[in-house]
Design a protein. Sequence first.
Length: 772
Amino acid sequence: MDTEPKFFETNPTAGVVGKPLNRVDGRDKVMGRAKYSAEFNNLPGLVHAVLKTSDVAKGRITGFDTTAALKQPGVLAIITHQNIPKLAKTPNDAEDKRAIGVHMGYLPLTDDQIYYAGQPVAVVVADTLERAQYAAALLKVQVAVEKPLASYEDPKARLFDPTKLQEGKTAPHVVRGSAQAAFAAAPIQLTHKYTHAINHHNPMEPGATTAHWEAPDRLTVYESTQGVTRTQKALSTMLGLSAEQVRVVTKFLGGGFGCKGSCWPHTVLTVQAAKFVGRPVKLALTRPQMFTSMGHREDQTQTLRLGATNDGKLTALIHEKTSTTSPWDNYAESNSKIVNMLYECPNFEASYQLARANVMTSTYTRAPGEAPGSFALESSMDDLAYQLGIDPIEIRLRNYAEKDPSSGQPWSSKSLKQCYARGAELFGWSKRNPKAGVTRNGRLLVGWGMATASYPVHNSQGMARARLYADGHAVVQSGATDLGTGTYTVMTQVAAEALGLPVEKVRFELGDTKLPTAPNSGGSVAAGTVSSSVYMAVQDLWQKLIKVAVLDKKSPLHRAKTADVEVKDGRLQLKDNPKKGEDFATLMKRADMADVEGNGQGRYGSGYEDAQTAANANPAKKDEAPHHSMHAFGAHFCEVQVDPDLGTVRVTRWVSVHGAGRILNAKTARSQIIGGSIFGIGAALMEATVRDQKLARYTNASLADYHIPVNADIPDMTVEFVEEHDPYINAMGVKGIGEISMVGVTAAVANAVFHATGKRVRELPITPDKIL
Ligand code: MOS
């Protein structure tokens, strides 16, 4: 065992970075001082917008009866496709869609067509929310109703291969080796079909927009988004404004899970409504509207064919996916990517099929592709283990990929073996009875299952600015967003450590397009990219001070070579004679510098050239970085207890161990893994949005009817991280954990259910009817 469970106490490189610091924004949140995007209520003349949405999934609007609605007091406008001002560009045009950079290729209120249930057909604006709601209820929409298509399962649905199209190439057909021939020749052949229900993200905070035109050509939008820059680009392009004319602010988010990763129709409609009435307008989606306004994880079927030798070595993996898409977009999560890279396997093939239906576009949902893809692969690996009588961990070790099979590249780092070993130890895996359906706790069946997790470090870059004041405080900024997972906190830690200041002396600001540009908080890139940019900004600031010091006759460092000077805990000193030096405050006061500012870029696969003192950066490895495959890895272990009479499944124990590079905060990181695992347990056991196959409408669009885990559904969870120093990924060596926390979770649960019951459920969620 070469892991170190007490990483945070023993890690010699950890200063305040890595420590379980409490959330710096926690107090503001519980005191109600944290302002979310629907809480900017002091804007002059603020009024309220409500979406009127379509009850039918397909048809054509033939008219509106606005008489009763317009008579109501306080009603300012009823905006429909008939009177809405034209935009410079809309995503309805495929080329414009790319320029706008949105996910959804149709903007409601641009014509009389109805493509999906829940589609906005009018925006009603009034002086109070209640008046807007009432007027929207009175508004009558006349529709020539047509028969909708609900999903790929409809016999009338026409399947097509999205890779044959020019646009929207999200899910390429991949061939490596000769998978068909290898599968045909394999002594062990498994062919299984896996289905995944529609899942909705359901962040606690719904989508919300407050739009304020401060001048005819100057707009500020308070928006519930995972990316202010992406929203700024989308809005400015649609409105025909330049980027600097549109400011987007997102100070706090109540979760996102991917649904706030793009700019959706309600945002631009709110901006247009504000223009229309000439006053600031606020719109917050209702919970039912959240099911039709910001995407979802698509309904999908995967067929995985797995060929193996008699001793359990994979020889072929063939993955096919079919899912439902909207009338205009070709999005499918790329499930096959993880199937292609997780295990050593010489032959691989993947293909995708889509069917258009009267639904809105699906979108990234936590671990898009990796989560459902790992359900298929990790369930089939479990099948293989049982079929051959090999332990589930052992079967994975026999297929351990020493390099990335999908690219042939070496890993930048990989601690998966340690994750298996430590997870097994914490869980007590060695005590598991290899036979399924025989372990009992009284009348309950007990099952133990495990699965591998992995998520890539995506290509990303972003900027940060750090300003250090001579009095010993600092303001550090990056236009990132904090989904609620801890960006404010971990960036404060990174800045404090790099500056040698106590965390209380550092203020980290984010969530504003006025700040240096950061990437979307999505794809698990924020922690690595933003922390690296913060780190680099501080290095830039030190370089400026070092130059001042060596030119200053009164400095102990006068005439030293800048390259010979280092900064440790805020003290500038000679590398080979640390006694010779001075702290930044002394230098700055003598030089009459009130403050000094640095800018830095955090980049995927780099940072080494400049970040010479970065704990995880190695300048010599800079050129090698792009030639490495960069992934985090982990393992989940699950115990379930199944009631054999009722078919209910309860998760009773949980262990997750991950190797994800440097961990910035032990507490928020643990919370991320717990949160992602619960998200996955929800997908495994209860989450499903039901779309009526005749009407193409959701039947359970509320949190009363769409079941998510509550505290009583979740046991205490054990989370650990393997100490891992990755010299390639970025200046801070951070891989990110937002998505990997959920990868493999559904399979770990399903595998535990199999071990408990001897019944393999390949249809998510695993509801009691599927167990009995
Ligand atoms: Mo994440 S699904 O990339 O917000």
